[in-house]
Design a protein around this ligand. Structure first.
Ligand SMILES: [Zn+2]
Length: 209
């Protein structure tokens, strides 16, 4: 499995590009910005995008979705509980002092338990609300990898002081959905360096219950 991670945009959101070597199909998670760079990587590996998954509707994660969809024709997956946030993309842009990116309708309402297949590899949607109501994480058992969006970071967790945030709920999501994953599972957070489930269980100051 090809997996490229590139931090994109002003807030350096980690965009993940997964590609299957056999089928040359790809899944792109969180194309927040810099769609040109993402397209370069897709072209370099000769990949065709099959799905665009949005972990949550914050502008730094979803800002480039419309552009990437227009370029590739791939459907956009996002949890329906973040539709409200996505409608207010202009407000998010104003907070950051940037211009409002183009919006696109969400094609698939990603729900807890949904799965997408890339070649032989399944990508499972875990609904992990708390940072936002529609936050999801993507668990790829065959790769032993979790793309956590802004739910879990190395040594931290997502902020819950923005609209739709809930401090108790994010801890419950992490405890119920993420901590049961294998200790050696690699976590790719929405920002910053990779970690593992085991490392965060042991050292993350927010998870010492
Ligand atoms: Zn966020």
């Amino acid at each position: 499995m090809i997996h490229e991670i590139i931090p994109v945009g002003m807030l350096q959101c980690n965009c993940s590009i997964f590609g299957d070597e056999q089928t040359r199909e790809a899944i792109v998670i969180d194309p927040g910005d810099e769609i040109g760079r993402i397209e370069e990587i897709l072209a370099r590996h000769k990949l065709k995008v099959r799905a665009i998954i949005i972990t949550h509707a914050h502008i730094d994660h979803i800002g480039g979705a419309a552009k990437l969809k227009a370029a590739t024709g791939a459907p956009v997956w996002m949890n329906a509980s973040d539709e409200e946030l996505y409608r207010h993309l202009d407000m998010q842009a104003a907070w950051l002092g940037t211009s409002t990116p183009e919006r696109t309708p969400v094609d698939v309402a990603a729900r807890d338990g949904d799965a997408l297949r890339l070649g032989e590899t399944d990508f499972h949607i875990l609904h992990t609300p708390g940072h936002t109501q529609g936050s999801v994480s993507v668990w790829i058992p065959m790769e032993n990898k979790l793309v956590a969006g802004d739910t879990l970071f190395r040594d931290s967790i997502g902020r819950t002081d923005l609209p739709g945030g809930d401090g108790r709920q994010i801890l419950r999501s992490i405890h119920d959905k993420l901590m049961p994953l294998p200790e050696d599972a690699v976590v790719v957070p929405g920002h910053g360096p990779e970690t593992t489930i085991g490392r965060e269980k042991e050292l993350n100051p927010f998870l010492q219950f």
